[in-house]
Ligand binder design. Structure first.
Ligand SMILES: [Zn+2]
Ligand SMILES: [Zn+2]
Length: 565
């Protein structure tokens, strides 16, 4: 099976925080890793969303070009994702020439097919800066809640999206002066023309119930044309005749990156036609990992844009949306320093610790609160006491009671232990089903159960006691334990890939495949004899109090500009 796996494109104005990460990229990574493990052909892509007025305004404030500002952030974000073990096949950017070329071609097809029209609009203009002021280039008082300064596209206080002409007492963010409204022609995507198609698609697609219900209510409320252009320099030049000096609205081009990033991936591989086997092949599947606020863009606007091109693109097959993650009861906020950002996190703990804690708490059915206490509980009680401890007990058992070389065939197992193996395999299958449905919290819960049951098995069977009285039976117990450990390593790979590799390396599993795990191969028959190497604990306990203090220190050091110790 061929799978396109994608996650929402992070906006390149800043490093993402932990809530951003679990809401899209980390979830997509677990899904991509699972499908590779079962032997599917996966192309996992995303990229930095670099255009739009928030980046342009920030760059102007810093006195740098938007391109330099965005590309420096893109580089930093890409490196962080590598450090987090995100297994992208292509993490690109919207400034990539392939993306720009694709977006312009795509919109010319949409235009020729009659889905683009123009309309004259009144837009803020600054006579001193001699430029139009789209979106965030204007601020003023929110017409809904009275908050000032509300941004031109959204009020940060009441959270409502705004049209900048609604702002009370608007001003230009560049010079602070009064703005005037000037008429300008804008181009629009005729989304209402595709209402019937979208309703059919929602009927036909096997999307989750919350996505379908949410999207249908959107369509029933009446789809509106979507603004396609902005009077702004920073972005992709609009290709429409007469649209010189305009760029494509950032939301309407970044979403096409799902296609262009796959095209770019295969170009780099030297197989430029192969993207068609993914995007234009009805046998291939597409998946999208996004936050809940992004649903209509993926279930309505994106499929409509693909359809309007006249090409036979695959539609979104799986849209997995998450609710919000809060931090210690509050929304993440950079200015108020609430939350943890993905660069800071790696200075505190190995990536896999965070990956485990975040995926096991993924907000799948409602908002979830994350914090120091729950992090400590997840790492110490689950990752260390249950999972890490079991791995260590089993491998030390082999060293002590099998003289470091374990060999016993499955055929020699007594029926009682053969049954224990069956239970491990059953749970392994259940975990696989959860991964396939993108229900990662359930995968985590069952993995923990796998480890807890395996620990209990060792405590009940006491191989250390049997080793003195009934050596043969102690080996049978170790056989079951080693099998559980191999299953656990494979099951952990999508969530904690480095810990999984560590177990595989210490135990010497998958030797014949160079240590590369495979979902369906969890019998240890092929690994015999098992001779554990460099056995050591794979997880260490953490202290929330110490970590919190360390983070404070990190932040103080950063704001004071001292070099790291
Ligand atoms: Zn407001
Ligand atoms: Zn101005």
């Amino acid at each position: 099976m061929k799978w396109i796996v994608t996650s929402a494109w992070p906006y390149a104005s800043d490093v993402p925080h932990l809530g951003n990460l679990i809401g899209s990229i980390l979830s997509a990574d677990a899904f991509a890793r699972y499908h590779r493990l079962v032997g599917d052909e996966v192309v996992f892509v995303s990229g930095s969303d670099e255009h739009g007025t928030p980046i342009e305004v920030e760059a102007v404030r810093r006195g740098v070009s938007p391109k330099d500002f965005a590309s420096a952030n893109h580089k930093r974000i890409s490196e962080l994702f590598k450090a987090w073990g995100i297994s992208f096949d292509n993490y690109t950017e919207t400034e990539s020439p392939t993306h720009i070329e694709f977006v312009r071609d795509h919109y010319m097809k949409v235009y020729r097919n009659g889905y683009v029209f123009t309309q004259v609009e009144r837009v803020h203009y600054c006579p001193r800066d001699k430029r139009f002021l789209p979106d965030r280039f204007v601020e003023g008082t929110c017409p809904h809640c009275g908050f000032r300064p509300a941004r031109g596209d959204q009020c940060d206080n009441c959270g409502r999206p705004l049209d900048s002409v609604e702002l009370i007492e608007p001003y230009c963010v560049l010079c602070g002066g009064k703005t005037e409204l000037r008429e300008t022609t804008q181009w629009f995507f005729d989304l209402p023309k595709l209402s019937d198609y979208i309703m059919d698609y929602l009927e036909r697609a096997e999307l989750s119930e919350n996505v379908v219900n949410f999207s249908r209510s959107w369509v029933r409320a009446g789809l509106r044309p979507r603004s396609l252009t902005r009077d702004s320099e920073w972005g992709i030049k609009a290709p429409f005749p007469g649209a010189e000096g305009k760029t494509i609205y950032v939301w309407m081009e970044a979403v096409l990156g799902y296609v262009s990033a796959i095209i770019e991936y295969f170009r780099v591989q030297g197989r430029p036609q192969e993207w068609r086997d993914y995007w234009l092949n009805p046998e291939a599947k597409t998946s999208f990992f996004i936050g809940k606020d992004n649903i209509p863009f993926h279930s309505i606007i994106f499929p409509a844009l693909l359809k309007a091109s006249g090409e036979n693109y695959n539609e979104p097959n799986l849209i997995s949306s998450t609710e919000f993650l809060t931090f210690e009861g509050q929304k993440f906020s950079k200015s108020r320093r609430i939350g943890i950002w993905i660069d800071e996190a790696l200075e505190l703990l190995p990536a896999d610790y965070w990956r485990y804690a975040l995926i096991s708490m993924r907000p799948e059915t409602g908002d979830v609160d994350f914090g120091w206490g729950v992090l400590e509980e997840k790492i110490n009680a689950e990752l260390n006491d249950a999972i890490g401890n079991f791995a260590n007990r089993t491998l030390i058992g082999v060293q002590r009671f099998a003289e470091g070389r374990f060999e016993l065939s499955r055929a020699e197992l007594s029926p009682k232990y053969a049954q224990s193996l069956e239970a491990i395999l059953r749970r392994h299958r259940d975990i696989g089903e959860c991964y396939a449905k993108a229900e990662f919290r359930s995968s985590c819960r069952l993995i923990l159960e796998q480890a807890t049951e395996a620990n209990r098995f060792l405590s009940v069977e006491e191989p250390w006691r049997l080793a003195r009285t009934d050596r043969r039976r102690s080996l049978e117990v170790l056989y079951v334990a080693l099998n559980a450990l191999k299953a656990l390593a494979v099951e952990l790979e999508p969530i904690t890939p480095r810990l999984a590799d560590e177990i595989i390396a210490q135990a010497g599993f998958f030797r014949k495949r160079g240590g590369k795990p495979l979902w369906d191969d969890v019998s240890i028959e092929d690994d015999l004899p098992i001779e554990p190497k460099n056995v050591a604990p794979i997880v260490r306990k953490i202290s929330a109090v110490e970590l919190k203090a360390k983070l404070e220190e990190l932040r103080t050091r950063k704001t004071q500009g001292k070099p790291p110790r």
